[in-house]
Design a protein around this ligand. Structure first.
Ligand SMILES: [Zn+2]
Length: 543
């Protein structure tokens, strides 16, 4: 009798495992786990919203009986995509406003606004997305036409980058803006003693604060519309870079109701109320919402010439842009956050803004650390400053589509020499050995495939330029995929819970129609998401 015992124990163990019920088995897939070895598998199992096993379908089918089985029919599966830098809520609001992204001239903008105003007959006329760099006449527009069409109704049209806007006289009147008026960290444009309607960076707030606050319905629609579009491109987590603290409850409630399933990493705006709120309550963390970071703006954007440069712009004499706050303010915030252990994320585009922030970060961080303080964009850098990212473990958070949408005109702003040390994603990756990627949508398209394509090919959708823009700073496909998944998670302190398909992690994943690790570069932007899952639940399926 004794000698049969080991066999019996083995049998019992096997039976016990077969009894195990799983929620979901995904099989016959090419699963890019994005684990530390970048291993692939062909199946995985999900229970209670989490991945419990990854491996071979034959083995897993023996071990697990799943309620639902997805046969992926050989399609590739990736961890759900994470956008490390976006403006999710603003994007959602913009879906309800006039969309000006495809306008080809100022007249085109005016015509679009006319159509919008006929459909939306009351209140402010708000639009977003114009970009004079795409027009034949590349100067900023002037409000004259808006004034004659809308003498009473306020109009506010934000530039694509969010760092400049044009307002009509009715809107300027509500804000009490007068010719010659100045503002720290901003610019109120006046030509020949007259307001043009162009407001840059901090000047935008003067008019924006006069817009009536959106009601609950508008806010909810903004989140849910944004979510719908983002699921369709495979996003399962978005970093919202700069929200008022009052939004934390709004998001938490929408998630609690089950309406908002998108996971969000929220950076709070740089104002006393935000600091008070989070210092008092501490890190806010649920599976769907993570609030532990603050967002500051060091400068503006290159397209609207608000980026702060060490030397004058190559296309504007004696103009270097400006910082949006005093260095003293930046230092105070940095010290305050370091003492409390929170994360600081600072927007810095120009080489001067980057230098100011890198030096402040360095003085507070002192050396290698794990506070994961981020510089958002890290766009134009003095070659001497790049090493500071590595020396002080500062995380550059970059958006590859910025390189390919700015490449047409960035050279005229910066000149040849400075352009060489702009959009240097490969060099930045080498600093810490990892690099989170994002889009900055609605400044860029929401689609992670555009990010992937821009990162690896450095070309626009027409395949221009042939060899890629400054191709020495292209990323490998593995690096780009890590940047959109596990490295983006790491930038949010979430690498233990998401960003790869490994046991113990949230079952957030996407099934694509083509394998982005294998197809030719030109086909990448056309790749479609077939299904998106969050917590093992299907939140999108391609019709
Ligand atoms: Zn941004």
């Amino acid at each position: 009798m004794k000698k049969f015992l080991p066999a019996l124990i083995f049998l019992a163990a096997a039976c016990k495992q077969r009894d195990y019920n799983a929620d979901l088995l995904v099989k016959d897939a090419v699963v890019y786990t994005v684990d530390s070895n970048f291993a692939t598998a062909n199946a995985f199992v999900v229970t209670a919203g989490k991945i419990v096993a990854v491996g071979n379908a034959d083995t897993l089918e023996q071990q697990y009986t799943a309620h639902e089985v997805i046969d992926a029919r050989g399609k590739p599966v990736y961890p759900g995509f994470i956008d490390a830098h976006a403006h999710f809520y603003s994007y959602g609001l913009a879906l309800q406003e006039a969309r000006l992204n495809d306008t080809k001239s100022w007249q085109d903008v005016v015509d679009s606004i006319n159509v919008y105003a006929r459909k939306n007959t009351e209140g402010w006329i708000i639009g977003r997305g114009w970009d004079q760099n795409k027009w034949r006449v590349k100067d900023f527009p002037n409000k004259a036409k808006l004034d004659s069409m809308f003498p009473v109704r306020p109009v506010l049209l934000t530039r694509i980058d969010g760092h400049a806007l044009i307002a009509n006289q009715a809107a300027l009147n509500l804000a009490g803006i007068k010719p010659g008026q100045t503002i720290a960290g901003g610019k109120i444009e006046t030509i020949n003693g007259k307001l043009t309607g162009i407001l840059i960076d901090n000047a935008e707030g003067l008019v924006k604060k006069k817009i009536p606050a959106p009601n609950d319905q508008v806010v909810q629609s903004a989140f849910l519309d944004a979510q719908r579009n983002c699921f369709a491109v495979g996003l399962t987590t978005v970093d919202d870079c700069g929200l008022p603290y009052t939004m934390v409850n709004t998001i938490a409630e929408l998630q609690h109701k089950g309406a908002l399933k998108m996971r969000m990493y929220v950076m709070l705006s740089d104002n006393p109320e935000s600091y008070d709120y989070l210092f008092k309550r501490g890190v806010y963390k649920t599976p769907g919402l993570d609030v532990r970071a603050f967002k500051m703006y060091a400068d503006g954007a290159l397209g609207s010439k608000g980026a702060c440069l060490l030397q004058p712009y190559s296309d504007q004499k004696n103009w270097r842009g400006f910082l949006l706050s005093s260095q003293k303010h930046f230092e105070e915030v940095a010290k305050k956050l370091a003492s409390k252990g929170f994360q600081l994320c600072t927007h810095a585009i120009g080489d001067s803004a980057n230098r100011v922030m890198l030096k402040i970060y360095a003085s507070v961080l002192k050396g290698k650390n794990d506070l994961r303080w981020r510089i958002e964009h890290a766009q134009v850098l003095s070659p001497d400053d790049i090493k500071l990212f590595g020396e002080y473990s500062i995380i550059p958070s970059v958006q590859p589509t910025h390189a390919t949408s700015d490449m047409y005109w960035a050279g005229s702003r910066l000149g040849k020499k400075r352009l060489k040390s702009a959009y240097v994603y490969k060099q930045l990756l080498e600093q810490n050995g990892w690099l989170p990627l994002g889009t900055d949508f609605p400044v860029q398209d929401i689609n992670p495939m555009c990010t992937f394509y821009a990162a690896v090919e450095r070309k626009d959708l027409e395949g221009y330029p042939k060899g890629g823009f400054q191709p020495e700073n292209a990323l490998s496909r593995e690096e780009a995929l890590r940047g959109m998944t596990i490295w983006a998670a790491k930038a949010n302190f979430e690498e233990k819970e998401k960003g790869s398909i490994e046991p113990g992690k949230f079952a957030d994943f996407v099934i694509l129609d083509q394998d982005i690790m294998k197809i030719n570069g030109a086909s990448l932007p056309g790749v479609k998401v077939l299904k998106t899952y969050i917590n093992g639940e299907k939140v999108y399926e391609k019709k």
